[in-house]
Design a protein around this ligand. Structure first.
Ligand code: 6U4
Ligand code: NA
Ligand code: NA
Length: 157
């Protein structure tokens, strides 16, 4: 199979609002998403990468981030499979501000702009909003068409 790349994605969920950011460049440009990116190859942990990317992209430091979901994403047009590790936080230090990469905005959980987000987000954000763990697999044709989506709640026994 293809080589894979470990990525993080962190969403802040606080008081019936979720913090999303419009990505201004690179992969996912023009879409609202959480903060995240590649884990560095210097021994950084996935958790550390999730915090660092949120600092870099949103200028805030999450203080209670928890790993909540894992999704393997296969894009026909990308040479690597993405292994995306998703974190949820409810509190952070610092003040949200716009960066070169991201324009952040708070949304009511009842008004999440799914039509301006990755097409898969509507499948798993509901789990995140209920603080439920999830895991799954997505297969894309291009960046906007899903040909397989299998995301399920994971319960701890
Ligand atoms: P550089 O080049 O360092 O800016 P980096 O920011 O490290 O790159 P980037 O921006 O390529 O990595 O990371 C991609 C981000 O997009 C990760 O947070 C994962 C996220 N992502 C990719 N596919 C997604 C999808 N289908 N749905 C989703 N997030 C996705 O919600
Ligand atoms: Na990034
Ligand atoms: Na990065």
């Amino acid at each position: 199979g293809k080589p894979s790349k470990i990525l993080t994605l962190l969403l802040i969920h606080q008081n019936n609002q979720i913090l999303l950011a419009m990505k201004k460049r690179g992969f996912g440009m023009g879409k609202y998403n959480g903060f995240g990116g590649k884990v560095e190859k210097n021994g950084e942990s996935i958790y550390q990468a999730a915090i660092r990317e949120t600092q870099e992209e949103g200028c805030i430091t999450p203080t209670d981030a928890q790993f909540i979901g894992y999704i393997k994403m296969d894009y026909d047009c990308e040479k690597e499979t993405l292994k995306v590790h998703i974190f949820r936080a409810t509190h952070f230090d610092g003040q949200v501000k716009e960066t070169e990469e991201m324009k952040p905005q708070w949304f009511d959980v009842a008004k999440i702009p799914y039509n301006q987000m990755w097409i898969d987000d509507q499948y798993w954000i509901p789990y995140l909003l209920e603080n439920k763990c999830f895991s799954g697999y997505l297969q894309f044709e291009g960046h906007d068409k899903l040909i397989q989506a299998d995301i399920k709640e994971v319960t701890n026994q």
